[in-house]
Design a protein around this ligand. Structure first.
Ligand code: ADP
Length: 853
């Protein structure tokens, strides 16, 4: 067996306890990594891999980072989803006998970081747990940096959906049969018997009383995990919010993505999303709150109207809105500052930021109260400006303290009598030294005599070589010789120096203690600060809505209960913003439960069908988060769920069959939707053969029409489906209009009543100057197909019929066998697996078949 050195043995013993982390092992001014960790970290961080003798036969792989810049490296590893255990020297190396004692003081994980430089201001940083017990699974979500904790028990089939909605950085899984296979996130699995299920109760007291078993398990597992990684108190996790997913408008992950609520589909950036458009918040808290509101539109009409009232008021009183913005602009991230205070890692600058923020609250309150609007003045009334904390901070801290809390310069004179005394002593000493220069110049007659200070020798008297002869014998003690000067000291100078240094040393220590006292005092008021932060955030989002609504000409939606969804001159908020308002063509929408439940939208590609559909969903969401909507007028019934199936091939990242995904998503809508839901289906059935697809599309429409009653927009290429409007009373045809102008097809982006002229495909081919023979042949085929369809009476086509038809003898083909063969081949080839050369060969083969040449 290898006999490692004592230090490496210590390393190995510690590493054993933290196998799934990078162990940052403090060695003097460095954090070192060893063995496998070193090999992997040198690769991930692009730092040099070296080696070290450790008592074994081979050198031990090693790499290290300086302790003062460790943050950057840790951040890099966290970003990649790794965990880092920080192992410090916990005794003074000078005092240590043998190897210095070391302990892991903290495990930093992607879901539990607190430090500003690792977090994004306007995003929460959630760690989510799933606790399963007694056949139910609950979710707890916590943002350590803000102190928020949420818990809910979703429907069994929506657990993952809800967990992932938080975009967690990390997961804790606890309990029966939780499948974690699909995840690319860091996760920790804990067995229920490892969990102290009393943690939820002890942390949240009465609030925890009504929780279910799986909810307690989820919370306890999370608290336990956080506790073991952070090794500190969790006193700032105060607020527990219990909710039910059915309290909010429900959107599955696909719809969120599809509607580009918080990020775009293409590059996953915020820019181009609804969040981006609506974000005119001034504070980081407001920015995070806005994101949460967008992710959870409301169903409670009274609450929606309250938000709309506030937005309305600010929309009309621009001066008030701008005053509020100005006040908010000076407010820092109270939530995260509070988190750091409670956690004991806030520095003096953080506390000054808190003070500055709190100083602007009275102004904000006055503005809100003066508005005379109940919603706003209630918010103002609820805001506790924490005057007591402000005066504590004013008295205790200087205006512009240094970053470090260990080097003094933090505490204001007058705050502590003893500190003042030390300061006086130090100042007097320094004054004496300042006078010394003048006195010695006079005594010796050397005008260039200087009194200076350096870290090694302390205070000294410096005399240039040329003047040395003028120094009276025995006046000074020689201390240091330089090239052209000598440095001297006197016993009295050293005495004074000792006094100054002693005072300063005491001051630094005392200042630190006083600072920590202030910080601990503030930590007693975490709940007050958190509740203030929440209200400030709400005001910020409301003013953001008002600002955007005003600038972009949105209107207040009328929330109605009639089941109608009627919009005059509606616009897609983001497309409009990108295109400019003049270019965007506004469109009306009229949906209701009696006559216009399903709109069948026809029109060629690129005509604006899916933009229209998305615009309607976004309108519903905007109204239900309490924002005005992009329209001239809107009467909207509240929507309980939104389902979308939009844009097939363009956004799928391989793997699944497109058609299968399409069917799975459509199924979600069919299974879960209610008469209050909104369903958007784009080109359903396109991924399979024509009759197959058309049959499915029709069956889906019939089901929604007859059984669900949800408001539905259904865009389709199958013109045959437009006949459904005749047989189903609540189905209406609309179309995205196009015109031909100067030989070009012009997309008007206007949605009109009625079905589209169906010959656009061939028309486009004609505009593209395809060979005439192809165009006329296509027209001929189209006529033949249409004739066949009339015979087949598609409005009565059902699955039964299709099966029956399939069982029948194949009818004589209406087209010649050669064409049929080419068409068959065309349908069956997989274009993605053809080389250009193969394609050319196929083409020439087909041409041969068709023309016989
Ligand atoms: P379709 O779904 O019919 O294929 P899209 O909805 O994707 O068409 O629209 C195609 C493009 O037309 C969009 O990218 C957008 O730039 C533009 N567009 C859509 N609707 C409008 C509109 N109402 N006004 C102006 N441009 C629009």
């Amino acid at each position: 067996m290898t006999q490692y050195t004592p230090m490496i043995q210590q390393y190995l013993a510690i590493k054993q306890e933290y196998p799934d982390t990078f162990l940052f092992f403090r060695l003097g001014d460095f954090y070192e990594l060893f063995f496998e960790d070193a090999v992997k970290a040198s690769r991930e961080l692009e730092i040099t891999l070296t080696g070290r003798e450790g008592g074994g036969e081979e050198r031990i792989p090693m790499c290290g980072v300086p302790h003062h810049s460790a943050d950057t490296y840790i951040a890099e590893l966290l970003k990649k989803g790794y965990k880092v255990a920080v192992c410090e020297q916990v005794e003074d190396p000078k005092a240590a006998k043998g190897v210095v004692r070391r302990e892991v003081t903290r495990v930093i994980t992607p879901g539990t970081m607190m430090e500003g430089q690792w977090l994004t201001d306007k995003e929460n940083n959630y760690i989510v747990s799933i606790g399963a017990s007694g056949g139910r699974a609950s979710i707890a979500a916590c943002d350590m940096s803000t102190g928020e904790m949420y818990v809910t028990t979703p429907r069994a089939d929506a657990v993952w959906e809800e967990a992932l909605r938080y975009q967690p950085k990390e997961l804790v899984l606890c309990g029966e049969e939780i499948a974690e296979g699909v995840l690319h996130l860091p996760f920790m699995k804990l067995a229920p018997d490892q969990i102290d299920s009393g943690l939820a109760d002890s942390q949240y007291g009465e609030q925890a009383a009504g929780l279910g078993e799986s909810q307690k398990l989820a919370i306890s597992a999370l608290l336990q995990y956080i506790g073991t990684t952070q090794k500190r108190g969790l006193s700032h996790l105060r607020q527990l919010e219990v909710y039910e997913t059915a309290q909010f408008l429900q959107l599955d992950a696909f719809s969120r993505r599809n509607l580009e609520l918080t990020e775009t589909i293409r590059d996953k950036s915020k820019k181009g999303s609804l969040l981006w458009l609506l974000d005119r918040t001034e504070t980081a808290m407001g920015g995070r709150q806005l994101r949460r509101w967008i992710e959870r539109p409301l169903l409670d009409r009274a609450e929606i109207e309250r938000r709309l009232d506030a937005v309305h008021h600010l929309y009309e009183d621009l001066l008030l809105a701008s005053d509020i913005r100005a006040a908010l602009h000076e407010v820092y991230d109270i939530e995260r500052l509070t988190g750091r205070i409670a956690y004991g890692n806030a520095n003096a600058r953080d506390l000054v930021q808190l003070r500055v923020s709190l100083e602007h609250i009275p102004e904000l309150k006055v503005r809100l109260a003066d508005s005379g609007l109940p919603v706003l003045s209630e918010l103002a009334d609820g805001m506790d400006a924490c005057d007591d904390l402000v005066s504590l901070l004013r008295q205790a801290l200087v205006e512009d303290p240094p970053l470090s809390v260990r080097e003094g310069g933090l505490i204001r004179p007058g705050y502590d009598a003893y500190l003042d005394k030390l300061q006086l002593a130090s100042r007097e000493g320094k004054d004496w030294i300042a006078q010394l220069e003048q006195a010695e110049r006079e005594a010796t007659g050397i005008r260039s005599l200087k009194v200076g200070f350096n870290k090694v020798f302390g205070y000294y008297i410096e005399i240039s070589r040329a003047n040395l002869s003028h120094v009276p014998e025995g006046r000074y003690e020689r201390k240091q010789t330089l090239a052209n000067a000598e440095r001297f000291i006197t016993p009295e100078l050293k005495e004074r120096e000792a006094l100054i240094l002693e005072a300063e040393e005491k001051m630094v220590e005392l200042e630190y203690q006083l600072f920590v006292q202030v910080r601990s005092e503030l930590a007693q008021h975490v709940a007050r600060l958190q509740s203030l932060a929440e209200k400030v955030a709400a005001v910020d989002v409301l003013q953001s809505f008002a600002t955007v609504s005003y600038e972009r000409g949105y209107v207040r939606p009328q929330i109605v209960t009639s089941g109608e969804f009627v919009v005059r001159e509606g616009r897609h908020p983001v497309v409009e913003a990108v295109l400019s308002k003049e270019k965007y063509v506004a469109n009306d929408v009229a949906l209701d439960q009696e006559q216009r439940q399903v709109l069948l939208i026809t029109g060629p590609n690129m005509a604006g069908k899916s933009t229209y559909m998305r615009q309607i969903a976004l309108m519903a969401i905007m109204a239900q988060i309490g924002c005005f909507v992009p329209a001239k007028e809107a009467s909207l019934s509240l929507v309980d769920q939104i389902f979308t199936r939009i844009g097939a091939a363009d956004d799928l990242v391989g793997g699944h069959s497109t058609f299968m995904v399409e069917m799975l998503e459509t199924k979600q809508a069919l299974v879960k939707a209610t008469s209050r839901s909104l369903i958007l289906l784009d080109e359903i059935g396109r991924g399979t053969s024509t009759y197959d697809g058309m049959a499915l599309a029709q069956a889906v429409i019939e089901h929604i029409h007859d059984r669900i009653g949800a408001k539905t927009l259904f865009s389709t290429h199958y013109h045959e489906l437009t006949q459904l409007a005749e047989s189903l009373p609540r189905v209406v045809n609309v179309n995205a209009r196009c015109e031909e102008r100067d030989g070009k097809l012009l997309f008007l982006h206007k949605i009109a009543e009625g079905r589209a002229d169906k010959s656009y495909g061939i028309h486009v081919a004609e505009l593209a100057e395809m060979p005439r023979s192809v165009i006329s042949r296509a027209r001929q085929i189209l006529h033949e197909l249409e004739a066949k369809q009339v015979a087949a009476a598609p409005e009565q086509m059902t699955f039964d019929m299709l099966f029956a038809a399939a069982a029948e003898e194949k009818p004589e083909p209406a087209i010649d066998p050669q064409t049929a063969e080419v068409l068959d081949q065309l349908r069956s080839i997989d274009i993605n697996h053809l080389t250009p050369l193969q394609a050319m060969l196929l083409l020439s083969e087909w041409k041969q078949t068709l023309t016989g040449t």
